[in-house]
Ligand binder design. Structure first.
Ligand code: FES
Length: 129
């Protein structure tokens, strides 16, 4: 059985192959809804699309094992690449095109390491230089 390791939470769980990442995270008590760099996390926990792929707030980084996930479907591609009406998921996706996924649209097909609530660099790394 695949092992999913949530690095921030220091939690490792065994899951059935083909499990939905959002469902296994929530069942394990892992908070996927962490707002924008922590801001709005409380609202996010209530105001999310419950796994339909529409809100983009369950985004995670697959830090190891991206090859052990299903490929991105149309809904997920649109959420990350079309910045309207909500530009935040698209902004967060920049620079993480290879390993950012919506947990609700990700199937676990093998071992994964997952970073929940990845920070969004709103100002760019050279903003103050
Ligand atoms: S829960 Fe809304 S996009 Fe995943």
């Amino acid at each position: 059985m695949p092992v999913v390791k949530f690095t921030k939470e220091k939690k490792e769980i065994q899951v059935q192959r083909g499990s939905n990442l959002r469902q296994v995270a929530l069942a394990a008590g892992v908070n996927l809804y962490q707002g924008l760099n922590g801001f709005g996390a409380g609202v996010n926990q209530i105001a999310n699309c419950r796994g339909l792929g529409f809100c983009g707030s369950c985004r995670v980084l697959i830090t190891k094992g991206i090859e052990n996930t299903n490929s991105m479907g149309l809904v997920e591609k649109i959420k990350f690449r079309v910045p309207v009406p909500d530009p935040l998921p698209s902004l967060a996706f920049i620079g993480h095109e290879e390993n950012m996924r919506l947990a609700c649209k990700t199937q676990v097909l093998g071992d994964l390491e997952v970073e929940t609530g990845p920070e969004v660099d709103l100002f760019g790394e050279n903003f103050f230089s």
